[in-house]
Design a protein around this ligand. Structure first.
Ligand code: ZN
Ligand code: ZN
Length: 116
């Protein structure tokens, strides 16, 4: 596929996802986790010792809400199973969105620019 075709396919995928999930969490783009990079080198050492930390998004899963649709999750913020949760190490919401593993959901498909 040429670049235009790839862009078009990605746009279609993204717009379809956005139209189905208009209440997705803007803070994490519907993924449920936020990634931050911090310099963990000892203070004053002058080293660049970047550490990537991944944490559940405060706005959605942190408040027990689905990153994809904003409905309640079947797992509480401490990861404790609640009624209806299948307990296979993933979390899901009341309408059936399920995380890939742990806190991470598939989220909004990236734009061409975000990927390349
Ligand atoms: Zn979020
Ligand atoms: Zn959901």
């Amino acid at each position: 596929m040429d670049e235009m075709a790839v862009r078009k396919a990605m746009d279609t995928l993204r717009l379809g996802w956005l139209s189905r999930n208009s209440d997705y969490c803007r803070d994490c783009a519907g993924v449920g986790i936020v990634t931050s990079r911090e310099n963990q080198a000892p203070l004053g050492s002058g080293l660049n010792w970047a550490e990537t930390s991944v944490e559940p998004c405060e706005e959605c899963v942190g408040g027990g809400k689905c990153p994809t649709c904003g409905n309640p999750l079947l797992t509480d913020p401490a990861g404790q199973p609640i009624e209806g949760f299948k307990g296979d190490g993933r979390i899901s919401c009341i309408v059936g969105h399920v995380s890939i593993d742990g806190w991470a959901f598939a989220g909004c498909p990236p734009t061409y620019e975000e990927l390349y």
